[in-house]
Design a protein around this ligand. Structure first.
Ligand code: DOR
Length: 432
């Protein structure tokens, strides 16, 4: 039996903040002791660090099956572990997409040996085509709890209503809730747009996507959540009015949650002036008032969590002209540092946003986002909040290097990650 002791750190789990060592039994994979001056067979140095529940990303594109040139489940999960994540929800826009038991089972199988837990999401509609419901009940029986057509939103409000009502029956009869995560974008309004519609897009002569393309669907899904009494999670919220709509909905007691990405709380559409496709993403980078509103939303709890929307793309595809390149940015290894550097939040709030709340939304609180106490499953992230480093996109464990943060100096780094009782990242190095 090996006892791993995480030594000298400050435990922060969203409930308490106290100096303590944490002992993990690598056989049972659980925490067996928390307290001062503990010993074990393997020492993990946490001096000067926070010991947090492992981070949970509700929004990762791992590209497998079908997009292995850009990422695999193995490389994406390694990148996630280096970013302090012990669980990621894999988006369904693979090829074939995650709308069948066969593909969901394939993702589970590929994730078995990965450096973090890989949780497949299920598509809401067949082929993410927006016309016919996917076999939600069959996928639920396989353990799928998060459904999304991410990459696109479900355009037809009647189909979305049917999906929510159908899933409510399944949720109510089953042991766990289903959550629908929506990529809020009315395609008829955003069609052809390659960046935010703004003065910047006019100046650059690039076709824009108006904020309203997002806000209309946020408003619509708030209404559908109220109508069906089903939870809806708003993905990658990027505009000021979206934040306001969600705030008003929560005040009215409607069951909605939301996420924001690091790029939407740090970068503005002015980055597109470089015409560098590394800054092309959906929803697009917005204006400074939107960035400020997203930050306020994260601080006041309107936005429940930080999600990466890690979207790897090959160097060849991102070498295309701005208007032709695919949208998306990698982000798993920089999310914590960006939150720590750019947000005026304390570590307890960051733990809520990156671990506790996303674990609750994904329905995985039996093993993630838990209190750091005896008997909890050992999913931990040890972060140094002070160390400064410079992002090197090429050094990422992702198969792709399309990071908009390359060259940026950040404060705070993930030092160790312990996933299911195993040290998968030690001293900033992946162990598998
Ligand atoms: O920028 C994006 N990239 N937004 C999405 O919704 C999809 C993602 C991808 O799959 O590349």
């Amino acid at each position: 039996m090996t006892h791993i002791v995480v030594k000298g750190g400050t435990v922060v789990d969203g409930r308490i903040k106290a100096e303590a060592d944490v002992v993990i039994d690598s056989e049972t994979r659980r925490i067996v002791e928390v307290g001062p001056d503990l010993s074990g067979d393997q020492i993990i140095d946490a001096v000067g660090c926070y010991v947090c529940p492992g981070f949970v990303d509700l929004h990762s594109h791992l590209r497998q099956p079908g997009g292995e040139a850009a990422e695999t489940i193995e490389t994406g999960a390694r990148s996630a572990a280096l970013g302090g994540y012990t669980a990621v929800v894999a988006m369904p826009n693979t090829n074939p997409c995650m709308d069948s038991a066969a593909v969901i089972n394939e993702v589970y199988a590929l994730g078995k040996d990965a450096a973090c837990e890989v949780i497949p999401s299920g598509a809401i509609t067949v082929g993410r085509g927006g016309e016919e419901l996917a076999p939600v009940g069959e996928l639920y029986d396989l353990g799928v709890r998060v459904f999304t057509d991410d990459g696109t939103g479900v355009q037809d409000p009647a189909l979305m209503r049917t999906a929510l009502e159908y899933a409510k029956g399944i949720s109510d009869a089953g042991d766990q809730d289903i959550v629908f995560a929506q990529h809020c974008e009315v395609s008829a309004l955003s069609a052809g747009g390659v960046m935010n519609e703004s003065e910047v897009s006019s100046k650059l002569g690039l076709a824009g996507q108006p904020s309203e393309a997002e806000e209309l669907m946020v408003a619509r899904d708030i209404a559908l959540s109220r109508l069906t009494q089903m939870p809806v999670h708003m993905q990658h919220v990027s505009t000021k009015r979206s934040v306001e709509l969600i705030r008003e909905a929560k005040e009215a007691g409607i069951n909605v949650t939301a996420e924001a990405t690091p790029h939407h709380f740090t970068l503005t559409d002015e980055k597109c002036e470089s015409f560098d496709p590394v800054f092309k993403v959906h929803p697009p980078l917005r204006g400074s008032a939107d960035v400020a509103a997203v930050k306020v939303g994260l601080a006041d709890g309107t936005i429940d969590c930080i999600a990466t929307d890690h979207a790897p793309h090959t160097a060849d595809s991102k070498a295309m002209p701005f208007d032709q390149a695919p949208p998306g940015m990698i982000g798993l290894e920089t999310a914590f540092a960006l939150a720590n550097t750019e947000l005026d939040l304390d570590i307890e709030q960051i733990v809520q946003l990156m671990s506790v709340r996303p674990a609750e939304i994904a329905g995985i609180t039996d093993r993630h986002g838990c209190s750091i106490e005896v008997d909890s499953v050992a999913n931990l992230s040890v972060v140094d909040p002070k160390v400064e480093w410079t992002v090197d996109a090429a050094a990422s464990a992702s198969k792709s290097s399309n990071s908009p943060f390359h060259g940026m100096k950040l404060r705070g780094k993930v030092k160790h990650t312990i996933c299911n009782g195993e040290v998968v990242v030690k001293d900033c190095e992946a162990q598998r």
